[in-house]
Design a protein around this ligand. Structure first.
Ligand code: DQQ
Length: 488
């Protein structure tokens, strides 16, 4: 145990205290969904929704970055831009990438000037830097005729994979008055597509176990440990972005029979994730971490939106999704602090040593007693005026990020973010927390994730501590690492 301050090491001299240091984001302007994840010639390629004209959603292009290690990224020139007079003049919205018999090919949503959404293709000669749009674009101009009226123009975010020697696609849509819908298509050449039917449709009136809104976007349909998983993001009418959800089940013919489901990431920030099946067999996923400050604040900052950490997915016995930050991120760990065997009860006076920092990874194992309530304080000013509290409440089976004191700025979202969470079978709570300035990603007991954004105003809001609210909890171990920036 060291009597240490992370403060000097933790803050590089960036003028912007909210800008993340080890999450990917463009140099400036707006970004949202991850798109077109693909491995090509030894590199991971990440495309993303990007507005080169400012920090607001508009004139959407595809930004592009590449990485050899999933951790450090090279920003590359914009990959796709709207073609004046073309079917994507209104924006290059979300989509995916495939290896079309040696030709890297992007399959994206073309938005025409009237807001009509269709499926478009672009291929690269080889380098993934130059892209040629297909002359037949849009290869699917609109939803199938029998759904056209009910889809109300909502038809986007194609996700394509190869199965049984043919191309398969799922795409997001809605059935007005009924709920969201995922449609399924098939093709031999990526250009001509047969509509196979609705893979799954929602019920807007149903609220339990969670609400699935009115429109489903950014679908992913993939195999995970022998099961089929359908994952998509839920939007309300008129257009509030809720959360990503997943269903685990069996593919039956061209249909899907789910047997379990859950919200993928809780909190109000993580949205529109996309997965890729990596060559080493891992299923990797990134999501967009939205801002929760006002547009005026991010316009002033000059940037909006961050990519989540790269996450690896697998299935736990019982069908829950295990979601873990990739191992490669451990290469960013620097100074390390370790504590063990502390009693968090009425006499607990806080961690010795005054730990401080805003770019941290934290691993903690707690053994709570009956009805215990306890937690971790983050980004706290020395007088406690600003602070975020990650609280676990055994009586309520609930993990919460309390943000009511997260910022002296009254204009940022300070609603609590909550996730239902029971303790592990052995009675332990295992937390992995990644704090990267305004980004907070929490992974609990390997399967419950919570992501949110926090915007302290004070430069000394850096304190990290543990606290007990009620009952007795044993801290089995706490490890804290300062995380290095990914940008040199
Ligand atoms: N964002 C894109 C859409 C997608 C939505 C537009 C989800 O293609 O449906 O930027 O964030």
């Amino acid at each position: 145990m060291e009597n240490a301050s992370l403060e000097n090491q933790a803050r590089t001299r960036l003028p912007d205290q909210h800008r993340p240091a080890y999450h990917f984001l463009p140099e400036k302007n707006w970004m949202n969904d991850p798109n077109g994840l693909i491995q090509w010639k030894g590199q991971y390629h990440l495309f993303y929704q990007y507005n080169p004209n400012g920090p607001f959603h508009g004139t959407i292009h595809w930004g592009h970055a590449a990485s050899q290690d999933l951790v450090h990224w090279q920003r590359l020139p914009v990959a796709l831009e709207p073609t004046p007079g073309g079917p994507d003049e209104g924006g290059i919205w979300s989509g995916c990438a495939v290896d079309n018999h040696g030709v890297p090919t992007l399959i994206y949503t073309g938005m025409d000037p009237q807001g009509q959404q269709g499926v478009c293709l672009a291929a690269s000669p080889d380098d993934l830097l130059h892209w040629e749009k297909h002359p037949a674009n849009p290869v699917i101009p609109a939803p199938p005729p029998d759904l056209r009226e009910q889809a109300q123009g909502q038809f986007r975010d194609p996700f394509v994979w190869r199965e049984d020697g043919r191309w398969q696609m799922v795409i997001g849509s809605k059935i007005a008055g009924r709920g969201g819908a995922i449609l399924r298509y098939r093709s031999d050449d990526l250009v001509h597509w047969d509509y196979l039917g609705i893979l799954m449709a929602g019920d807007e009136a149903q609220r339990k176990p969670f609400w699935t809104g009115a429109m489903w976007e950014c679908p992913n349909f993939f195999k995970l440990d022998g099961q089929s998983v359908l994952l998509f993001s839920v939007q309300t009418d008129p257009g509030e972005l809720l959360y990503p959800v997943y269903y685990v089940g069996e593919e039956v013919g061209s249909g899907f029979e789910p047997s379990g489901s859950s919200i993928l990431v809780h909190g109000n920030s993580f949205y529109a994730p996309q997965v890729m099946c990596a060559r080493d067999g891992r299923v990797l996923m990134w999501g967009w971490l939205k801002e929760s400050r006002r547009p005026g604040a991010y316009r002033q900052a000059g940037w909006a939106g961050v990519m989540s950490l790269p996450l690896a997915l697998s299935l736990l016995p019982g069908g829950k999704m295990r979601i873990e930050p990739v191992e490669e991120l451990k290469s960013l760990r620097r100074e390390h602090w370790h504590f063990e065997g502390l009693d968090l009860g009425p006499d607990f006076a806080g961690l010795p040593g005054g730990l401080r920092g805003d770019c941290l990874e934290i691993e903690a194992v707690f053994e709570p007693g009956p009805s215990a309530e306890f937690g971790l304080g983050l980004l706290a000013s020395p007088d406690g005026q600003e602070q975020n509290r990650l609280v676990y409440d055994c009586a309520r089976d609930s993990l919460v990020v309390e943000r009511d004191q997260s910022s002296l700025n009254p204009e940022v979202d300070r609603e609590p973010c909550q996730a239902p969470l029971s303790l592990d079978a052995d009675g332990a709570l295992r937390l992995r927390v990644f704090l990267d300035r305004s980004v907070l990603e929490v992974f609990a007991n390997q399967h419950t994730c919570l992501a949110t954004r926090v915007y302290p105003t004070r430069l000394d809001s850096l304190g990290l501590d543990l606290f007990a609210i009620q009952g007795e909890t044993k801290l089995k171990s706490l490890d804290v690492w300062r995380m290095e920036s990914i940008w040199s």
